[in-house]
Design a protein around this ligand. Structure first.
Ligand code: ADP
Ligand code: MG
Length: 305
């Protein structure tokens, strides 16, 4: 089967969103909504590196989209569409069918259209998704806006995906295979959060990016970390290793002034989030447990370790 019939069979469904021209020509064509800026990001997954080689293709499809929508959400933007660059070692119809279903399931859940891509043969299964979104001029939430006195918050629960990876077959593997991009929360934080990042390499490391970009420090209360029941039963060291240094959470970590936090609460969002600490002018990341200083030693995920 040629490249064209793969595209036709698996990646050319009717679009959900307004697109002037989608899959089938040399490029896609979109009309930006009036007064909005394009927000764009890409993320590559390599089999054996970013997911175990035998991961179910439906999950690979879902996650390839979800991790990008998470980056769009982390800017406060509304996701619109994706492009898919797919490198396949061979043509496996069962695999392609499940993969494209997973990809479209995630697109459909978040109102996103697949508008183009590229399909090639290569010895390694590699998937690059590019996501596009829109945001009102000048409204993108950056990493650099945290101010002393802001609250630090995180959505969902942290550490589940890392626990799932270390215990394949455990129910928490679902959190590894099917991350939920926090699109609703991200959008709601536009105009409210002072800074934001999505947590992909561990909460401590990713919060560290905000602190560095904003030239501030932070204090985190360990008792306030949002943990699923499985993690709450672990010993402290293990629990905090997963929660603070485990990768693949795809939760949102954001800073917000106390006044804006009140406004956020009034929105009654369906997405959970919790205050876990405060931004301070003293540089560095400190931890407390029940308000008392607590020293921790751990490492985040290193891409080139
Ligand atoms: P070109 O040779 O001009 O780059 P291609 O033959 O690679 O075009 O692609 C034909 C069309 O199919 C283009 O619109 C492209 O965006 C789309 N396309 C190719 N691969 C994919 C894919 N995996 N998913 C979605 N669209 C794809
Ligand atoms: Mg091409």
């Amino acid at each position: 089967m040629a490249e064209f019939s793969i595209i036709e069979t698996y990646f050319n469904r009717q679009n959900k969103n307004a697109v002037d021209l989608g899959v089938g020509d040399d490029s896609a064509v979109l009309t930006p909504p009036h007064g909005q800026q394009l927000v764009i990001c890409a993320d590559t997954s390599v089999a054996g590196r970013h997911f175990p080689i035998n991961t179910h293709p439906h999950s690979i499809g879902w996650k390839s989209v979800a991790v990008n929508l998470s980056d769009i959400a982390a800017m406060g933007a509304k996701p619109h569409s994706i492009l898919l660059a797919l490198s396949l070692p061979q043509i496996d119809h069962a695999w392609l069918s499940d993969f494209s279903q997973g990809l479209y399931d995630c697109c459909d859940q978040f109102g996103v259209s697949l508008i183009g891509g590229d399909t090639t043969q290569s010895p390694h299964l590699t998937i690059t998704v590019t996501a596009l979104g829109w945001i009102e001029q000048g409204q993108a939430v950056q990493r650099s806006g945290a101010k002393p006195g802001d609250y630090i918050c995180v959505s969902g629960t942290v550490g589940d995906a890392a626990y799932g990876l270390a215990h394949l077959g455990h129910p928490l593997q679902q959190r590894l295979d099917y991350p939920t991009p926090r699109c609703e929360l991200g959008l709601a934080l536009k105009g409210l959060a002072s800074s934001m990042i999505d947590v992909s390499d561990g909460l401590a490391q990713d919060l560290g990016h905000i602190l560095k970009a904003s030239q501030v420090g932070a204090s985190i209360e360990l008792n306030d970390l949002p943990l699923s029941e499985t993690l709450r039963y672990l010993q402290h060291e293990q629990r905090y290793q997963y929660a603070l240094a485990g990768g693949d959470d795809y939760e949102l970590c954001f800073t917000i002034s106390p006044e804006h936090y009140v406004k956020l609460k009034q929105r009654n969002l369906t997405t959970n989030y919790r205050k876990i600490g405060v931004v301070q002018s003293k540089l560095g990341l400190e931890f407390t447990q029940n308000g008392l200083a607590y020293s921790l030693d751990f490492h985040g995920y290193q891409h080139f370790a």
